[in-house]
Design a protein around this ligand. Structure first.
Ligand code: 1CP
Length: 349
């Protein structure tokens, strides 16, 4: 099976299966990106951010850049969660220094204009990037594919941009849950197709980013985050039994326990605010944990960063555990601090 390549199972996959590891695997969310000078160069060559996502040669190159520098245990496909609305036919662009801008969907009738049938065809360049990476990654590096969770992608589709409160999507969901369900169902189907195509192309693990899960009250968290994620995990496992899936329900707090139980994900990403000791006691028996150094500690670096990393390793390191940040690397991160962190995690027993 494509997600079980390699004679000796990779450390990161072993951790996700709850097996013993020789050392703590490490990768960092947003490990490719603007903090690296070589990324900025390739991005300028590509033109726009979406052109970079849809150029297999350049997307392969930026995926490999952090692997060459730091030798992470995993490479994450270079793409974005918003390629799904783009492939569905919504107008998506990325404005320099502003982030994503979409023509917002505000009425249920607009869903009829979206075309689920063309998603996989339109995202062929992304799967081509995955195939290329299978040939170019070091043998010990795990290739992670990903998608946004339906709720998080819906917040961008409905709001048209990043928002601090996700008000547009939440108000639709509160006022007309039946029609909001149609959007979530469409995104669930599109996400399943997109992740299946990534695994078929060679992704060995997939991560589902639910960046805005934490803005939902309990009942809505169950309806819009847990339920669709569970459907996605089940559909993937029906096709690829045993596929390791990591969920990142950012900001879910104590509800992460029900999320892990109900979705049956193999790994759960801890956000920066999660207490490692609490996670050890309540979540580690259910799933492999991944996280959760504050990305700003990586900006600060030095002894403060090492003390925090040591605390995380001491609390969670007996496993199953994958070292990561609590959210993505920020652009002002000094590349030397990343090297320092990797060295520290590798040297800590
Ligand atoms: O100017 C640039 O070069 C664009 C910056 C950038 C990058 C490097 C964006 C725009 N997306 C990405 C790549 C990306 N995005 C990856 C692959 C690279 C890697 O991890 O090494 C991944 C996994 C994502 C996922 C993503 N995109 C998420 C979920 C994770 C998270 O950070 O919460 C979200 C919410 C997005 C949307 C998005 N894409 C880009 C921006 C600026 C945003 C908005 C982020 C926000 O709303 O806060």
């Amino acid at each position: 099976m494509s997600h079980e390549t390699g004679a000796k199972t990779k450390q990161l996959i072993r951790a996700l299966r709850g097996e013993s590891v020789e050392r703590t695997p490490i990768w960092l969310m947003r490990q490719a990106g603007r903090y690296l000078p070589e990324y900025k160069k390739t991005r300028a060559e590509a033109g726009s951010f979406l052109e970079l996502c849809y150029n297999p040669e350049l997307a392969e190159e930026v995926t490999l850049q952090p692997i060459r520098r730091y030798g992470f245990d995993a490479a994450i496909l270079f793409s974005d969660i918003l390629v799904v609305p783009d492939a569905l036919g919504q107008v998506v662009s990325f404005k320099e220094g502003e982030g994503p801008v979409l023509d917002p969907i505000t009425r249920v009738e607009q869903l009829d204009d979206l075309d689920l049938g063309s998603v996989v065809e339109r995202l062929q360049p992304v799967y081509e990037t995955v195939r290329r990476l299978k040939g170019s990654l070091p043998a010990e590096t795990t290739l992670i594919g990903f998608a946004g969770a339906p709720w998080t992608v819906a917040t961008y589709m409905v709001g048209g941009r990043t928002s601090t409160d996700q008000a547009a999507a939440k108000l639709w969901a509160y006022r007309a849950p039946e029609s909001f369900q149609k959007l979530i169902d469409l995104l669930t189907e599109a996400t399943i197709l997109h992740l299946i195509a990534q695994v078929e192309a060679g992704a060995e693990v997939v991560q589902i980013f639910d960046t805005w899960a934490g803005s939902l009250p309990e009942a809505q968290f169950r309806a819009w985050s847990i339920a669709p994620t569970r459907k996605i995990v089940h559909a993937l496992r029906a096709k690829f039994p045993g596929l390791p899936v990591i969920g990142f329900p950012r900001g879910s707090g104590a509800l992460a326990v029900d999320y892990a139980r109900a979705t049956e994900i193999s790994g759960i990403g801890l956000d920066t605010g999660m207490s490692p000791a609490w996670a050890r006691d309540h979540l580690q028996p259910l799933a492999c944990l991944q996280g959760n150094l504050d990305p700003l500690l990586l900006v600060a670096g030095g002894e403060t960063m090492r003390t925090a990393a040591a605390h995380i390793l001491k609390t969670l390191g007996r496993g199953p555990f994958i070292f990561n940040l609590g959210h993505g690397i920020v652009p002002q991160t000094p590349p030397d601090h990343v090297a320092e962190l990797v060295e520290f995690v590798r040297a800590t027993k």
